[in-house]
Write a new protein. Structure first.
Lengths: 118, 116
C-alpha cells in the first residue's frame, strides 16, 4: 500500500518570503501522480500543483513549484513571495497513474498548516 | 467550479442514531468518493464508486455503508453513529482516466458531523 508522510505539522513564513513544505512517499509503482492541495479556512480542497512521475521536469504554477526527487521518493512544495492568502492547510497526495477500479483514489498525507506572518 | 453539493452541511446527532449524508453531482462523472478528514490523519478514503451500483471499500470503511442508484447521487450511511465518527466528510468526483490519461478529482464543500 502507498503511504504519504508530511513531517511538518506547522510552518510559518514572513510575507513575501519563500517557504518549502516537505513530503515523502512510499510506493512500489514506477508511474504515478503526486499532488499538493490547499485547504483554506473555508474547507474547500483546491488543487495547487500536479507532478507526473514519468516527467523529470519539476512542475511549476506561478509562485508554486515542486522539487521532485523520484529516487528519494521526495516531493516538496516551494511557495515564493508568500502572500496572506497562502495561509492554509497543505496536503500532499499520491495517485496511481493507470486509472480504473480503485486506482483513481487519492492517498493523502497528514497535512502542514502554513501561517503567513505580516 | 465542479457541480458537487453535499447535504447536510452540518449535522449534530446522538450516538446510536442512523445518519445519511448525500453527495450530488451535475458533472456526469463516473467515479465518486467519500473521504473523512480528522486532525493528524489528513483525508482518508471511506468508500468509492466506479459506476451505478458498483462500489468498493476504502481504508476506513468499518461502520459505513454506501449506495449509488443513480450516476449523480452517492449516499454515505452510518447505521449506528458513534463518537469516533465525528469528523468532516468530503465527497469527490472524477471522470475515468483510462489509458493513463489524467482527470482531476474535484471535491465537494464538506459536511461537518458531530456525534454526541
Amino acid at each position: 500500500a502507498q503511504t504519504v508522510t508530511q513531517s511538518q505539522p506547522e510552518m510559518s513564513v514572513q510575507e513575501a518570503e519563500t517557504v518549502t513544505l516537505s513530503c515523502t512517499y512510499d510506493t512500489s509503482e514506477s508511474d504515478y501522480y503526486l499532488f499538493w492541495y490547499k485547504q483554506p479556512p473555508s474547507r474547500q480542497m483546491i488543487l495547487v500543483i500536479r507532478q507526473e512521475a514519468y516527467k523529470q521536469q519539476n512542475a511549476t504554477e506561478n509562485r508554486f513549484s515542486v522539487n521532485f526527487q523520484k529516487a528519494a521518493k521526495s516531493f516538496s512544495l516551494k511557495i515564493s513571495d508568500s502572500q496572506l492568502g497562502d495561509a492554509a492547510m497543505y496536503f500532499c497526495a499520491y495517485r496511481a497513474r493507470l486509472g480504473g477500479f480503485g486506482n483513481e483514489k487519492l492517498t493523502f498525507g497528514t497535512g502542514t498548516r502554513l501561517t503567513i506572518i505580516p | 467550479d465542479a457541480g458537487i453539493t453535499q447535504s447536510p452541511r452540518h449535522k449534530v446527532t446522538e450516538t446510536g442514531t442512523p445518519v445519511t449524508l448525500r453527495c450530488h453531482q451535475t458533472e456526469n462523472h463516473r467515479y465518486m468518493y467519500w473521504y473523512r478528514q480528522d486532525p493528524g490523519h489528513g483525508l482518508r478514503l471511506i468508500h468509492y464508486s466506479y459506476g451505478v451500483k458498483d462500489t468498493d471499500k476504502g481504508e476506513v470503511s468499518d461502520g459505513y455503508s454506501v449506495s449509488r442508484s443513480k450516476t449523480e447521487d452517492f449516499l454515505l450511511t452510518l447505521e449506528s453513529a458513534t463518537s469516533s465518527q465525528t469528523s468532516v466528510y468530503f465527497c469527490a468526483i472524477s471522470e475515468s482516466s483510462g489509458q493513463g490519461l489524467y482527470n482531476e478529482q474535484f471535491f465537494g464543500p464538506g459536511t461537518r458531523l458531530t456525534v454526541l
